[in-house]
Design a binder for this molecule. Structure first.
Ligand SMILES: [Zn+2]
Length: 166
């Protein structure tokens, strides 16, 4: 896997260029971010974030799944975060498939119907509103008042907030 060898080599240079340090395991901004895995979204650069400041949870679409709720529960209950920032984006890969079509493809190719929801979407703002509501309505999360959702434009790099009337 040459691609991974390249990255391991990059890490040697990265580590050599920095002094050792230890940051607290608890994010200093008391913030968790849920974002899409999209390769064009550099969460740290786009938000001016630094190491040690926030948890960053990423998956296809930046959607709120049971596993994201699991991570947020640990983040809030053990590691001190309070605010949740959701970031989805324009031109998302999850807008280019359908739940039924992708589920059928997986089942056809493997003989196994996936137990997980596919979570495709067409309207990113509507999808963000649903994600915000899933966080706000999760009984496992003690802090649900500071939840905000944003669309990141992958061409202009600009965030725009989605309003939700709960
Ligand atoms: Zn995406």
């Amino acid at each position: 896997m040459a691609v991974i060898d390249d990255l391991v080599a990059n890490n040697r240079g990265f580590a050599d260029s920095l002094p050792p340090r230890h940051l607290d395991v608890r994010p200093s901004r008391r913030l968790a971010i849920v974002a899409c895995m999209d390769s064009r979204v550099d969460v740290f650069a786009a938000l001016g974030l630094r190491d040690g400041e926030a948890h960053v949870l990423r998956n296809a679409g930046g959607v709120i799944t049971d596993d994201v709720i699991r991570s947020l529960a640990v983040s809030q209950r053990r590691l001190g975060t309070r605010a949740v920032m959701l970031i989805q984006h324009t031109d998302c890969g999850m807008q280019k498939l359908t739940d039924d079509g992708f589920r059928a493809e997986l089942q056809h190719d493997t003989g196994i119907a996936p137990a997980f929801a596919i979570e495709s979407f067409t309207d990113v703002e509507a999808n963000l509103r649903q994600s915000i509501l899933r966080v706000r309505r999760s009984a496992f999360l003690p802090h649900r008042d500071l939840v905000r959702g944003f669309v990141y434009d992958v061409d202009t790099h600009r965030l725009s907030e989605v309003e939700v009337s709960d």
